[in-house]
Design a binder for this molecule. Structure first.
Ligand SMILES: [Zn+2]
Ligand SMILES: [Zn+2]
Length: 1007
């Protein structure tokens, strides 16, 4: 009994504890030790191993293990008795699990499961790789009981490993890969269907799969890309078996951590309808909880969220509202047992952050009442509601709510307000208008926390940001009703403090603007102060004071500091309630960010500035901002900074606000590279096929394809543009269009400028006629800017994009064909008879985008009249090129799960297209395409060296030496290996020599 005496020396207290172990336990431990020593051997280089295939000894050991496991509950898991016995038991079980004797095997599996279950979280202290390996190998077995115990044990081990080091996690992952565990689990799950197996057969394996894909993203692809399995999931969810329905929901939740997985789930209509149905009140709370969780995972980005809400808004909203307010029938406040469900419903209700028709259903299902009831208790049951006018009482009731739901309530209220229509009016029910009370509470709590904030650092700071932000969203709401109500209450509450309240914010701004305080010393405080300041900026009675006290200039200075510093602050890093899933657990989710984006400090500055800039006493010009002839801020720098934001990688929110503020300086829209190219087309006459004639005789030549893509209402109604194709020869017939006498030449030019380039500059005097014309042409994006409407929450800035013209429709007036290299097999075109791969396009777009083609069209050479241009690239490259011409963006490769699991040849085809584009860019003079292509290729080579050799080979063939060089340096260290494997044979001598030289350099550097 060396172990107990060793531990006994450590101290009196511990010794006492160890003595409490009963004699019977000690006996069992001794027997265990003796039994296991019959099979465990010290193997050279491998440490201790179980080496015994004798069935007698194996059974004997299992009996000893079984007896010991039974007494384990009476001993603390950290006791040395346990800690020293477990490794041997794991060793023995791991070995015996490889037995071919069925009865021994079954017993061993069950005992492993029992042992693992009784160890719980403490399993992470032991070496489990071997037992994981043995269990994983057993899973594809035929016996139901073995599968269930195996899956349970594996799941327990993997769940309880806790936070692993990167290396350990990789080692476990390797075991899973080596034993093909994921494939075995999927096979087992697919086999569950004929109804002969017990419920646990599916539930335990599904649970195991969920655990694996939660932790290791790389396995998700194999699950969601297996459509047979997805159908099985759908079938099981349709059976109304509570346990397995929950398992399906949990598994889908884990799958949805992968953006592609989420899309795949949403493609399966029957499955989605089941999932959504599970949020309904007819299901058990435990099922609803999982369904609501899954809904959160499926709505992580605006784009994917819309796939769900387009068809299921009403049901989801009803599910959420049902869970938010189900308790009201029996209680005044949320009962404790309902809190988990209510919390999940609140998380799911964060879907209000995206635009969509679910907003309509939230209102029609009385979300305002549900929010208020959760905030201050069931209103309809409470008689105190009549006395709501007493502010203090109301606030006290708000603070009585201790469910941690308040930050959610404020966020949801803010988003609801932000997405309201201009003429929105709440449904008033009875004497009590829930929305009014909510707005009132938000303003009051915001004021309260702001004042506290000044006196001391209160613990309520986590609520201060959400509530203040909600108030800012209320006062800037498009709904006149909400904006007016919240502004008047906010003003009422701010008035007693006079300018003192404002003063504290100004003081803070001054410190930041002057650089006396580091920009990011306390992001939360900075954000709260800026929101507070923005709220004051929205109140007309304070605007004058703010302007006088140089508030504009200070905000402008802070914006400059934000842009100069490279520090970004997203909202989820400063408020805690939004962090539900750690970012690193997800994969393949693009564009997840909020509308306000990764730099909220900048965003709140822009919000404040946009409130101030619309103040009627201000006059803006390119150089200064004046109020009553006093310069209150210089403008040169500000305009430059706003332009910078427009062209930066910022999110849409900051960009939209920057564009809004710039409209006060006469700039409307965004200047883009494509827009600048298209500006040349404005004055191009040769290819123009329409001529606008004004009533005073002035005329303008335009290109119908551009109008078709960007402003179709300017096109003459009855023209059939198809006719033009028939008159194939140049010069084209140019159709004349007479304009109404109300259209003036200048406004028409400006409209065309915006249509061609997505941008225009305008003096204030010309605003009015242009507004009218923009309305007539239904150019909504321009019209909103001209009317200087605050940007709608969630909207994206209008971009200069002509891809709409590529859709083959009645009015698409294609006048040129681009033909790719290669035969491409049987080719079928809906427009023409050509049997080779080709794209139909428009000369004017090519003319504007590419100097080479421009020269070709002008040259008068035979090719300039040809209807077909042969482009020396393959089909994939050609489609990418054409898309670039029309959208201004070269499509990139997303190195996501799909890409990583793609067949190597498919990957190669994609990458080769960029090599071809890089080559084409050289003699078609497409600098941007060349640079982008290189960038894309390099980033892929860096991520995956397997295809480097093939890309190098291809690039060398096309004389793309830059690619060859980078490729060579990325795989130089593999040179000896490649030579050995014969991989060098396909490369030319020149390239092999480069590789060799680079390898020499590499190894010298290494030594
Ligand atoms: Zn993924
Ligand atoms: Zn065709």
């Amino acid at each position: 009994m060396g172990s107990s005496s060793k531990a006994g020396n450590k101290g009196g207290r511990k010794m006492k504890k160890e003595k409490e172990i009963s004699d019977q336990t000690l006996t069992l431990r001794r027997r265990l030790h003796e039994a296991l020593s019959l099979g465990i051997r010290q193997i050279e280089n491998k440490g201790r191993r179980w080496r015994c295939t004798d069935a007698e000894i194996q059974s004997h050991s299992l009996r000893a293990i079984s007896a010991f496991i039974k007494c384990m509950p009476s001993v603390p898991l950290q006791h040395s008795l346990i800690k020293e016995s477990v490794p041997d038991m794991l060793l023995a079980l791991g070995g015996i699990l490889q037995s071919e004797n069925e009865s021994i095997l079954c017993l061993a599996v069950d005992l492993t499961m029992e042992l693992v279950c009784s160890l719980g979280k403490s399993i992470c202290q032991y070496h489990v790789l071997d037992i994981l390996m043995s269990l994983s190998c057993l899973l594809p077995t035929y016996k139901v009981s073995v599968v269930v115990s195996c899956a349970t044990a594996l799941n327990r081990i993997l769940t309880n490993l806790g936070a692993m080091s990167y290396q350990y996690s990789e080692e476990v992952c390797e075991v899973i890969v080596k034993t093909n565990l994921v494939r075995s689990v999927i096979c087992v799950m697919q086999g569950y269907g004929d109804g002969s197996q017990p419920v646990e057969y599916f539930s335990e394996t599904a649970c195991l799969l969920k655990t694996i894909i939660w932790r290791w993203p790389s396995f998700r692809y194999h699950v969601w890309s297996n459509s047979k399995l997805m159908d099985v999931l759908q079938g099981i969810s349709a059976r109304n078996d509570t346990l397995n329905t929950r398992r399906v929901l949990q598994l889908c939740s884990a799958l949805a951590l992968c953006g592609n997985g989420a899309r795949k789930i949403l493609e399966n209509e029957e499955l989605v309808s089941k999932i959504v149905g599970c949020t309904g009140t007819s299901h058990l709370d435990s099922v609803r909880l999982e369904a609501l969780k899954l809904c959160q995972h499926l709505t992580r980005s605006a784009e994917v969220s819309s796939l769900l809400t387009d068809s299921y808004s009403e049901q989801i909203v009803q599910g959420i509202i049902g869970a938010l307010g189900g308790w009201r029938s029996c209680s005044k406040i949320v009962p404790t047992d309902q809190i988990p469900l209510v919390m999940e419903a609140f998380r799911a209700a964060l879907i209000t952050r995206w635009a969509g028709n679910h907003h309509f259903f939230f209102w029609s299902n009385e979300i305002d009442r549900a929010l208020l009831d959760n905030l201050i208790g069931n209103c309809s049951r409470s008689d105190q509601t009549r006395g709501m006018v007493l502010c203090d009482e109301l606030i006290a009731k708000v603070y009585d709510n201790i469910t941690n739901t308040r930050p959610f309530i404020w966020d949801i209220l803010g988003w609801l307000a932000a997405y309201c229509e201009e003429d929105f009016v709440p449904k008033t029910t009875g004497k009590l208008c829930c929305l009014d009370v909510l707005i009132f509470c938000a303003c009051a709590v915001a004021k309260d926390l702001m004042l506290k904030r000044r006196s001391s650092f209160s613990p309520d700071i986590s609520e201060a940001e959400p509530v203040a932000r909600a108030v800012l969203m209320l006062v800037t709401s498009p709904s006149r009703y909400i904006a007016l109500k919240s502004k008047s209450w906010l003003f009422e509450m701010a008035r007693p403090y006079g300018n003192d309240g404002l003063e504290s914010f100004l003081l803070f701004l001054k410190l930041i603007a002057g650089g006396d305080v580091p920009l990011v010393s306390d992001n939360l405080q900075t954000a709260i102060n800026l929101i507070g300041f923005a709220c004051y900026s929205a109140l007309p009675d304070f605007q004058k004071t703010i302007v006088k006290k140089k508030g504009l200039q200070m905000i402008s200075d802070i914006i400059e500091r934000c842009l100069k510093s490279d520090i970004h602050v997203s909202r989820s890093t400063i408020v805690s309630h939004l962090r539900s899933i750690p970012e690193e657990k997800t994969c393949c989710w693009n564009h997840v960010g909020d509308w306000e984006g990764g730099d909220v400090i900048l965003f709140y500055c822009l919000q404040a500035l946009s409130q101030l800039i619309s103040f009627s006493m201000l006059e803006c010009n390119q150089h200064e901002i004046t109020s009553e002839e006093v310069v209150v801020s210089d403008a040169d720098g500000l305009v430059e900074k706003l332009q910078f934001i427009l062209h930066s990688n910022s999110s849409q929110g900051p960009k939209r606000y920057a564009a809004y503020i710039l409209s006060f300086f006469g700039s409307f829209g965004t200047q883009s590279k494509l827009g600048q190219k298209m500006e040349r087309a404005l004055n191009e006459n040769e290819l123009a096929d329409l001529q606008f004639v004004l009533s005073n005789g002035q005329s303008l030549r335009v290109h119908s394809v551009i109008l078709w893509a960007r402003c179709p209402d300017l096109l003459p109604k009855e023209t059939s543009l198809k006719d033009e194709q028939e008159s194939e020869q140049n010069p084209r017939t140019r159709q004349e269009v007479r304009m109404s006498d109300r259209v003036d030449y200048y406004s028409l030019i400006k409209i065309l400028e915006y249509t061609y380039t997505g941008f225009l500059r305008l003096e204030e005097d010309h605003l009015k006629p242009l507004k009218i014309l923009a309305n007539c042409c239904r150019l909504k994006s321009l019209s909103l800017m001209l009317h200087r409407k605050l940007p709608t929450w969630g909207s994206s800035s209008p971009s200069c994009d002509f891809t709409k013209a590529l859709e083959p429709t009645e009015s698409s007036c294609f006048d040129i064909i681009l033909e790719a290299e290669g035969s491409g097999g049987a080719w079928d075109c809906s427009i023409c008879q050509l049997s080779r791969p080709h794209v139909h396009a428009h000369k004017i777009i090519l003319w504007a985008n590419c100097n080479y083609l421009q020269a070709l069209f002008r040259s008068g050479m035979h090719e300039s009249y040809s209807q077909i241009i042969k482009v020396p690239v393959g089909w994939i490259a050609l489609t990418k090129l054409v898309n670039y011409f029309y959208s201004g963006k070269l499509l990139r490769i997303e190195t996501d799960c799909t890409w990583k699991n793609m067949d190597k040849n498919q990957q190669l085809l994609q990458l080769q297209a960029y090599v071809e584009l890089s080559s084409l860019a050289e003699f078609w003079l497409l600098e941007e395409v060349g640079d982008e292509s290189l960038d894309i290729i390099f980033s892929c080579l860096e991520a995956d060296q397997k295809i480097s050799a093939d890309i190098i080979h291809y690039a060398a063939k096309l004389s793309q030496w830059k690619i060859v060089e980078v490729g060579v340096s990325s795989i130089a260290h593999l040179y000896p290996k490649m030579r050995h494997a014969g991989d060098l044979e396909k490369l030319s001598e020149e390239v092999v020599e480069m590789l060799r030289t680079e390898y020499v350099r590499y190894s010298q550097k290494g030594s």
